[in-house]
Design a protein around this ligand. Structure first.
Ligand code: LLP
Length: 386
């Protein structure tokens, strides 16, 4: 990224820099690899809802995966087709359900039996029939951070399998719902792909269970979760999509005749985004720890503070001899720390510090805590016009 420092020099920091070539390349690869098997990919809007990022993804023909009425409305505005939108979430409000009903989306991914009844009632009031997929909790351990695990029995997500009998009893009374299939999402930043094999095995059992009861499962949605290489963003800028889709194609034997859906977020946008900041001050504590305090903070990128997440940090301005640093933001929280004891070229005020792999769940989780402004976006294809 060193070559970018001249381009950055007149831009106020902190800001998100998006490599639009990398995004386009990633999207092309996702399309090529998923099309081999006829899979449908919905972009998980929650990962990054920047206008230009969303418009680019929509223009590549992806569907959208939403978790709020706001995301449904924004997806439509950014060019995603209504018939390619799926809507998940354990806490959909009546207003949000109505937004999605009005938009005639592809599917509500329904997370409780009570929610089913409410969608049915609200659809009836509009004289509509809503497509619904049941989000089932498959109790599969995704072997990732506990905070981003969603498919284990103790998680709040999805309908536990013991309630599915009740669903089957309810189904004939739900006249304003069309059951189209089943949905899963077991967690995020999954790097052990064998976990997806286990998911496929569970999905097979569920599909058979429904079919034995004469209920047709037309669509299977496997959610998202494919991880990226936070340690080596330059070596592996693109997630292993070929292996990922192949493992599903090889293991999902029930796939024939059904539409198969994915909801990918992090793997699509994670590597194209970088948080760019400048060093404000250097200081050394009484304990001898050297801090470089930067103008980027947990309000622009919360992941390190919230999940102790690793992001590669680099000084792209200095070529001095290395020294050991804690890299911290200026927010009044001790967890506002991007890196501990990392070796960086000696930093001075004004140096650019970049925090890599921040395209997913970076700007999307930004806040105005401490009344800090939300970060701006800068794009590789328009940076020369700034
Ligand atoms: N589908 C559903 C139902 C989801 O809940 C999620 C993510 C996705 C798809 C997309 O998953 P992905 O492909 O991005 O792994 N803020 C956390 C991640 C939270 C993920 C929430 N759900 C982080 O920064 O790591």
């Amino acid at each position: 990224m060193i070559h970018l420092k001249d381009k950055f020099k007149n831009i106020a920091t902190p800001f998100y820099y998006y490599d639009m070539d990398l995004l386009a390349k990633t999207l092309d690869i996702v399309k090529a690899e998923s099309s081999k098997y006829g899979f449908n990919v919905h972009y998980a809007v929650k990962a990054n809802y920047d206008d230009k990022i969303m418009q680019t993804i929509a223009a590549h023909g992806f569907g959208a995966d939403c978790v709020s009425g706001g995301e449904v409305a924004k997806s439509l505005e950014m060019g995603f087709k209504h018939q390619d939108i799926v809507f998940a979430g354990v806490g959909k409000s009546d207003a949000e359900i109505n937004t999605a009903l009005d938009a005639d989306i592809f599917s509500f991914n329904c997370e409780s039996l009570e929610e089913l009844s409410v969608i049915n009632e609200l659809a009836a009031l509009k004289g509509k029939v809503a497509n619904v997929a049941l989000r089932l909790n498959p109790d599969v351990d995704p072997q990732t951070h506990a905070y981003i695990t969603t498919g284990k029995a103790e998680n709040k997500f999805g309908i536990p399998f013991h309630e599915v009998d009740t669903f089957v009893e309810m189904l004939p009374t739900l006249t304003n719902i069309k059951f189209i299939g089943i949905h899963f999402h077991i967690g995020s930043q999954i790097t052990n792909l064998s976990v997806f094999k286990e998911l496929c095995e569970r999905v097979e059992t569920f599909v058979k269970w429904f079919e034995e009861r004469g209920i047709r499962v037309e669509s299977i949605n496997l959610g998202g979760g494919l991880g990226i290489d936070y340690q080596n963003p330059d070596v592996n800028p693109i997630a292993p999509f070929a292996d990922y889709f192949k493992i599903i194609a090889d293991n999902l034997k029930v796939a024939e005749g059904r539409s198969i859906h994915f909801e990918l977020g992090r793997s699509v946008v994670g590597q194209c985004g970088t948080l760019v900041s400048r060093v404000l001050f250097n200081k050394t504590t009484a304990a001898g720890t050297q801090y470089a305090i930067i103008d980027g903070s947990m309000t622009e990128l919360l992941r390190p503070a919230l999940y102790s997440a690793y992001h590669e940090v680099a000084n792209i301005s200095s070529t001095d001899t290395n020294s050991t640093y804690h890299i911290a933001g200026g927010v009044c929280e001790s967890t506002d720390l991007f890196a501990k004891d990392i070796s960086l070229p000696a930093t001075k005020r004004g140096d650019f510090i970049v925090i890599r792999s921040a395209g997913a769940y970076g700007s999307a989780m930004a806040s105005t805590y401490n009344l800090r402004p939300l970060p701006c976006s800068v794009y590789s294809d328009t940076i020369d016009n700034l």
